[in-house]
Design a protein around this ligand. Structure first.
Ligand SMILES: [Zn+2]
Length: 368
């Protein structure tokens, strides 16, 4: 017998039952951002977000802009983000850079860890995404959701129940774009029974050092597929006094594993380097990638196109300098956003310049 518990689906929120329209601009948004010495990674994070068609389509919709303005007291971050997107798109072509300092001061007030060089783009992205999600879903009560009485574990049944629950109760533009489901399993080594938990995830985090040494051989060139293979690894828990197996009623050793049940429409991959030598690793990413084989159960098409890259161009962990490369959905050209300066560039330069920190892939089969 297997059990299913729902991990992160704890906050039950009001549904916003809207279909989010896509937005294909007629020209790329080539407005620079003034150098920001409050949060160093802020400008690159804003530029990659500003180049996600689904997100911009949501925020720059006239009706929705009005809704956010009316409720700006309750949705301060969404309001600030909207102001930035609006200014970037309306300044387009005017040769004028815009300032992201107002939003930076606001975020810094909420979280002092973002200050200066300490702010890594992943932390900032994570914070913005999840705060905007909370603002756009008014949380009314907190409830746990369980599926009981499942005699035989059935993915179709469980996943659909969880998915429908989420769709009805946990929806915002953010969850619609950036959230996927994963199935975490824990298998008891004594009785071989497995407990399942279905969880939401947003940013996928890859520690370069661990992936590099995965399968006991250090590698200097790692493909995106290899990061996904690492993600499916089994983790053995030995002498774990905290794991009590409810199947055989024993404290036991267990094996942890994760399977992706679905991938988000817009996939954010974050690469973390813990040592200087991690900076020498080449993360070999392609412009188009099919991730179908890493998704368990769900039958959607998972063909992705790279649309945003955040890189540290200082090649050091001490003094980081982040820039964004974005592929415009208007003309499919690559641009380098380095504060006020924006340069037209080639995918070859996107690959070869600096050290990869964040990759943003858009599912081009769904998000047309
Ligand atoms: Zn057991």
């Amino acid at each position: 017998m297997n059990k299913l518990t729902i991990g992160n689906l704890i906050n039950i929120t009001n549904p916003i039952n809207k279909t989010f329209g896509n937005f294909i601009p007629s020209n790329p948004c080539l407005t620079g951002l003034e150098k920001n010495d409050i949060i160093y990674s802020m400008n690159s994070v804003i530029q990659v977000l500003n180049n996600i068609p689904l997100l911009i389509g949501y925020f720059l919709n006239k009706k929705r802009m009005k809704q956010i303005y009316i409720q700006k007291e309750n949705r301060p971050l969404s309001y600030k983000l909207l102001e930035i997107f609006k200014n970037l798109w309306s300044n387009e072509g005017k040769n004028k850079a815009f300032s992201s300092k107002d939003m930076s001061l606001y975020l810094l007030e909420m979280n002092p860890f973002f200050s200066g060089n300490e702010s890594n783009p992943k932390e900032l992205l994570y914070y913005i995404i999840n705060l905007v999600h909370q603002e756009l879903n008014k949380i009314e009560n907190v409830t746990h959701y369980y599926i009981n009485n499942i005699i035989k574990f059935n993915y179709k049944l469980c996943y659909e129940k969880v998915y429908n629950h989420y769709k009805n109760n946990y929806k915002s533009i953010i969850s619609d774009i950036f959230y996927g489901f994963k199935n975490d399993t824990l298998t008891c080594t004594k009785c071989a029974n497995t407990s399942h938990s279905i969880n939401l995830y947003d940013i996928m985090i890859f520690p370069i050092n661990e992936v590099r040494n995965y399968k006991n051989y250090p590698k200097n060139n790692i493909s995106i597929e290899e990061f996904f293979e690492w993600n499916e690894r089994k983790i053995e828990l030995y002498n774990c006094k905290n794991y009590f197996c409810n199947f055989c009623n024993n404290y036991a050793n267990g094996i942890l594993a994760t399977k992706l049940v679905s991938l988000p429409k817009v996939l954010i991959l974050s690469f973390e380097s813990s040592e200087e030598k991690d900076l020498e690793i080449n993360i070999n990413f392609e412009e188009f990638i099919n991730l179908r084989k890493y998704v368990f159960y769900d039958t959607n098409t998972y063909k992705y196109e790279l649309i945003g890259v955040i890189k540290n161009v200082n090649k050091s962990n001490e003094n980081k300098k982040y820039v964004a490369f974005c592929k415009s959905s208007a003309n499919k050209m690559w641009y380098l956003y380095n504060d006020e300066i924006i340069l037209k560039t080639q995918f070859k330069d996107v690959k070869e310049t600096g050290i990869v920190n964040i990759l943003i892939y858009n599912n081009y089969m769904i998000n047309q």
